[in-house]
Ligand binder design. Structure first.
Ligand code: CLR
Length: 264
């Protein structure tokens, strides 16, 4: 649980250089980001593909829709936190991330982890019927009705659909996720220069992969998605703020600690 483990870092044990100078280093950097993505991605794409027929029944949909607002929020917060934990694991294995101060690691995760969860959502999304894999079955946006934040849900589903349209490979998703996490524009960073060195190496890695795949034109589209992600996350924070004012007890005592630590 939590962000512990992030705290115990010994730079001498880190085998990666911050700045990959040679092609071999770049390949290694990409390989380790892809490996880490695979190990923390919760489900392989092929497995999800095979589960596409599993849809919620009308009764199950109704059960979600008639949950009280705070129950549904708590339920989603738990699911999201679970996904965020895997993203924290992913981040820890991005070469260079552990060389950052604990403060900067947390600052990057605070703003980036939710964005990576939303990138990852596209792997769990079926564009044929606009459903997402949630609680073991595929579910449409209507099941989130009782959260009372329809605009956020619509925007999140649109984003997932748009990401699917890009038809990214798992390697591209991995590098893009890393780039979204290691971002010098985040507030409250102590050592921006160090973050920038890591960011440059990841950027270099993504460029390398897109070049290899003959898809350099994707870079521009991915940068566009980054700004959409930003607005989605500020909408999430807004909704969360609204919710915790309205239901302080649920937000305070029933939300998972990591969710509170990162977002509240
Ligand atoms: C993302 C990819 C992860 C697995 C996963 C777990 C929980 C899912 C999430 C994915 C996508 C977004 C999701 C979330 C649970 C609730 C949330 C469906 C598939 C929706 C958008 C509701 C957000 C509500 C907040 C306002 C609390 O590997």
């Amino acid at each position: 649980h939590d962000l512990e483990g992030i705290h115990s870092y010994n730079p001498l044990e880190d085998p990666y250089s911050l700045y990959p100078h040679s092609l071999r280093n770049i390949d290694e950097l990409c390989a380790s980001i892809v490996r880490s993505h695979k190990e923390t991605s919760q489900c392989r794409v092929e497995e999800l593909q095979a589960l596409r027929w599993k849809l919620l029944t009308r009764e199950e949909i109704q059960a979600y829709q008639s949950k009280p607002v705070d129950d549904m929020w708590q339920h989603c917060a738990i699911r999201l936190t679970d996904a965020v934990q895997y993203v924290v694991e992913f981040a820890k294995h991005i070469p260079g991330f552990r060389l950052l101060s604990q403060n900067d690691q947390i600052a990057l995760l605070k703003t980036g982890s939710m964005e990576v969860v939303l990138i990852r959502m596209s792997r769990f999304f079926n564009t044929e019927n606009n459903t997402v894999f949630f609680d073991g079955k595929f579910a449409g946006a209507e099941i989130f009705k009782s959260l009372a934040c329809g605009d956020l849900i619509t925007a999140v589903f649109d984003f997932a659909h748009g990401m699917c349209d890009l038809k990214l490979t798992e390697q591209q998703i991995a590098l893009f996720s890393a780039l979204v996490l290691i971002n010098t524009d985040r507030p409250c960073l102590e050592d921006r220069g160090r973050v920038q060195r890591v960011q440059r190496s990841v950027e270099f890695g993504l460029t390398h992969i897109l070049h290899r795949d003959n898809q350099e034109s994707l870079m521009h589209k991915l940068y566009q998605r980054m700004s959409v992600l930003r607005s989605l996350c500020s909408l999430h924070m807004e909704k969360l703020h609204w919710f915790s004012q309205r239901y302080p007890l649920t937000a305070h005592s029933l939300f998972p600690p990591l969710y509170k630590e990162l977002f509240v």
